[in-house]
Design a protein around this ligand. Structure first.
Ligand SMILES: Nc1nc2c(c(=O)[nH]1)N[C@H]1C(S)=C(S)[C@@H](COP(=O)(O)O)O[C@H]1N2
Ligand SMILES: [Mo]
Length: 305
């Protein structure tokens, strides 16, 4: 696979890159992406303008791959990049189960031949009040849901991360209940913003970012975007999720980015964009209000945080 220059960027080039406006950068990026390993990958520069605001610049490859949350490899931001070298995500398959017409274990390569992998640049807002802008490659979760063909009784989806304590040193400690689990309501899962990402910056997904396939739900706090998924379950009840189980007063099932609902231990009204000094105002639904606000018109968002 072609190695992007950004992986070995000298400091001066890196500083220059940060100044690029999104349009310029997007064009350069799209050219590189055309050599992507995925045969069905479609690079489209327009997507960058479609998903980002005027003030957004894409974070560097270094930032995105060395400042991570992935407790399976440790609890510090540097741990995932330092400790994920022994994780081998090849080959990979995903079990589709529960209230569906087509239960199966689907090989990832086979799945990728059935879906449309495309570029999506999204803001990622962590509940810890930092954020980044990440150029993903992925496909809409709705495409996988169509393959599974859910029964009308399926109202929720649960996602499960792989359990491999021998390759994931963090799983040898009892920081959370393993494996990591997350969930969405069916309409959230079907929303066109919700993707399963298989790469970033034109690379296959790095281990520390959730190789080989992870969820990205850009209007929710980062912990909803579960990594290294091995099972997807269709359920008629709201599923248990790792963080809500651990501390329900701090982390809700919905976890919609909301500047007016604070975390009990800190404010959510502003955030630190990685690479910037001045704090930013946090946007309702992380700036994706137009696309998703209608999903919650009947929900008390202070109660269902
Ligand atoms: N399996 C798993 N998925 C996970 C996590 C984790 O610890 N384990 N951390 C979450 C959190 S809190 C965030 S902010 C994002 C971070 O994604 P990134 O490292 O690619 O930026 O991953 C989410 N997905
Ligand atoms: Mo997070």
């Amino acid at each position: 696979m072609k190695i992007l220059g950004s992986e070995i960027t000298p400091y001066s080039t890196y500083l220059n890159r940060r100044k690029f406006i999104k349009g310029t950068f997007a064009t350069a990026l799209a050219t590189t992406i055309s050599s992507n390993v995925f045969a069905n990958h479609q690079a489209s520069p327009d997507i960058y303008n479609k998903f980002l605001g005027e003030n957004d610049t894409i974070n560097s490859y270094e930032e995105i791959t060395t400042y991570n949350n992935f407790y399976e490899f440790g609890t510090h931001k540097k741990h995932p990049s330092l400790n994920s070298g022994n994780f081998n995500p090849n080959p990979w398959s995903i079990k589709l189960e529960g209230l569906i017409n087509n239960p199966q274990t689907i090989d990832l390569e086979k799945l990728l031949s059935k879906v449309t992998v495309e570029d999506r640049v999204y803001r990622l807002r962590c509940v810890e009040a930092w954020s980044m802008v990440i150029p993903w490659q992925g496909f809409q979760l709705s495409e996988l849901i169509k393959i599974a063909d859910p029964l009308s009784s399926a109202k929720y989806i649960q996602f499960v991360t792989v359990l491999r304590p021998e390759e994931m040193p963090g799983q040898q400690k009892r920081t959370i209940i393993w494996p990591y689990r997350e969930g969405l309501r069916m309409d959230e899962a079907m929303n066109s913003l919700t993707i399963l990402a298989t790469g970033l910056y034109g690379h296959k997904m790095p281990n520390q970012n959730g190789a080989p396939i992870r969820l990205v739900v850009p209007w929710k706090y980062g912990f909803k975007s579960i990594k290294s998924i091995v099972a997807i379950r269709f359920l008629n009840e709201q599923p248990e999720t790792s963080w809500e189980t651990l501390a329900p007063w701090e982390y809700g099932f919905y976890a919609n980015v909301n500047p007016s609902v604070d975390h009990p231990r800190w404010s959510q009204s502003t955030e630190r964009r990685i690479g910037e000094f001045k704090r930013r105002e946090t946007l309702m639904f992380n700036g994706y209000e137009e696309e998703v606000a209608h999903l919650y018109k009947d929900l008390d968002m202070t109660k269902f945080y």
